[in-house]
Design a binder for this molecule. Sequence first.
Ligand code: SF4
Length: 632
Amino acid sequence: MKYYGYAGKILRINLTKRDFSIKNLEKDLMINFLGGRGFNSKRLFDEIPPKIDPLSPENKLIFSTGPLVGTMFPTASRFNVSAKSPQTNILGDSNAGGHFASEMKYAGYDQIILEGRSKEPIYLYINDDSIEFLDAKHLWGKDVYECDRIIKKDLGDKSIQTVIIGPAAENGVKFAGIFANLMRAAARTGMGTVMASKNLKAIAIKGSKSIEVANPKKFEKIIEEIEEEIYNHPQYWPRRKMGTTRILLPVNAMGFLPTRHFTSTVFEFAENVSGEKLAEEYNIKVRGCFSCILPCSRFYIIKEGKYAGLYGEGPEYEPLSSFTARVGNGNLQVALKAIDMVNKLGLDAITTAECISWAMECYEKGWLKKNDVDGLDLTWGNEEAILKLIEKISKREGFGDILADGVKKAAEKLGIGKEIAMHVKGLEIIQADPRGAKGYGLGYVVASRGADHLRSEPFMELSDDPKKGEKLFGIPEATIRLEYKGKGKLVSYCEDWCAIVDSLEVCKNVAENMEILPFDKAAEVIEAATGLKLNGNDVRKIGERIINIERAFLIREGIRKEHDTLPKRFLEEPIPSGVSKGSIFELEKMLNEYYEEREWSKKTGIPYREKLKELNLENVIEQFEKIGIEME
Ligand code: SF4
C-alpha cells in the first residue's frame, strides 16, 4: 500500500532486549484515529493493561507525528508523547513543536513505541532504518542544554534533532518533561519521568526520506490560501511580537489572572512582567517551528543587573505568569531566571509553580513554618525561596522531596492544604482562574489528562460575542465568559477540534485559536495530503472518537463522575476583586449539559454503550464487559 502524507511505518523498540522492529502503519488506525495524539491514545488503550505501575517496564512511551508533518503545511511541526502518567496515574500525554517531529517523519516513522527498560543509561540514535543503542553514562546528570551539546558533538552533526530529559527526571520528580530543541517542552503529566524510568536519556534522530502528498496541486493551493489568511489575521503581529505572553495583560484586565495562588485574580505588578515589557526591554529576535510562517518564539537577553548575560528562548504565557503572578513575584528578571532553571533541569513549569505557590499560601496561613521548609522564608515573591525550591524539587532534596510528587500528593503527605491544592485528577491547574472563564473551568474538569486548557482551549468565550455562540451552537451565552448556558456544547466542540489539531500535529495557536483550520477546512487538507475522503462531520467524528477512547482509558483506571470536579475554593469562594468580582464556579450547571452532549451517563460519567458502538469502539465495550464496568 502506498502512503500519502504519512511516512507509513511504525518503529517499535524494546529497550530491555535492545532490539527493534519496523512495521507498516495500520490502515484502521489511520482512518479512525488520524495521527499524533489519536494514534497514541488508541495504542495506549490497546497495549497497556489497566492499573500497571507507570514506572514499571510494562509502561510504554509512545511518540507520534501527524500526516501533515514534514510537508510545507504551515505549523505542521508537532509531536505527541504519551504513556500512563506517574504524576496522575491516568492518561499521560504532552505535545511540543520545534523540529524533532519533521525529522522523525524524514527518518520514516509516524510512530515510535518504546517498550521495556534498559539496564544501563543509554540514548538512541535513529538514522533512517539504523537504530543504535548508545551509552549515556556521560550524559546522566547533565542538564538539557548541556546534553544536547554533547550528543551533537559525539555524533559529529549539529543538524541532528533531539528530545532530552533533564536531571529532574533522573531524580524521579513525577512532573519532569521531555524537551525538544532545548526548550520546546512536552512537559505535562511526567512523560520525562517515564523516559527516565526506562534509563533513556535522549533520542537523537536524523532522516533523509521525503513525504509525498496525494494531490500536490490542491495541497499547494490550500497552503497558499491558508498562508494568506495567517498573514492577514489581526493576531499575526501581536503573536509574532509577543507569542502567547501577549495575553497576560488582557487576562489581568478581565480579572482572572491567578495571583498569589488564586487568592486574588488581579496582579498589581502585571505591567512590569507583561509580554509588552519583555518584548520592549529583553527580546532580540524571533524564531519559528518547522514550516511555520508565524515565528512566535522569541530570544531574550538580560543585559544588566544580577542576571546579566542570561539568555534563552521564550518564555510563553504559562511559565511567565506562573513565575510572576502565581508566586507573587513582580520582578521579570527573577521570573526569567526561574524559567531558565526549570527548562534546563527539565521540569513542568506549571506544576512547579503550583507546588511553590501552594507552599507559600500554607506558609502565609501558618500551616507550614520555617523549620518545615528547610529554613526558607516562603513569603510571596521571595526570590531566594522560589529559586531554591526549584533546585530542591529537581534534586528531591529536603522539602523539595515532598513537592516533587506534585501538589496533590504533597498535601496528602503533610496532611495540610488539601482543599487549596489546585489540581484536577492530580494535574495542576493552569494560569486562568476558572471562576472568571467558565468554559475553561469546565475544560479542566473533563480534560482527559487532568486540569488542562489545551484539551479544549475554548478561547471563543473570551470574545464575549453572543453572535458567535448563536451562530455555532444556537446559544448566545455559550461565547460569553461568565455565563453558564451552552458551555457543555462549547467545550465538547472545542475538545473535538483540539483532538483533530493534535492528531494532525499542527499548532493550536494558529489552527484553533486563530480559527484557521475548522473541521471543513481540515477535511479538505486531509484529502489533499493523504487521499482520505472525508467531510467536516467525518473529521469531527474522529475527534469525538479520540475523546471517547481517552475517556475509556480513564474509566478503566477508576475515574468516574465524582472525579470530574474542581478544588473547593472555586466552588465556594467568590473572586474577591477586579472586574470578575463575585463570580463563582457552579459546576453542575455545566457538567450535566456536557455529559448530555457527549452521551455519557450523568450518574457515572461512563460513555453510553450506544455511543461507543456508534464510534466503532466495540473493543472498549468488550474490555469494559470483561473487567465488569457497567455501561448504560
Ligand atoms: S505559531 Fe509559534 S508555536 Fe506555533 S508553530 Fe509557529 S512558531 Fe511554533
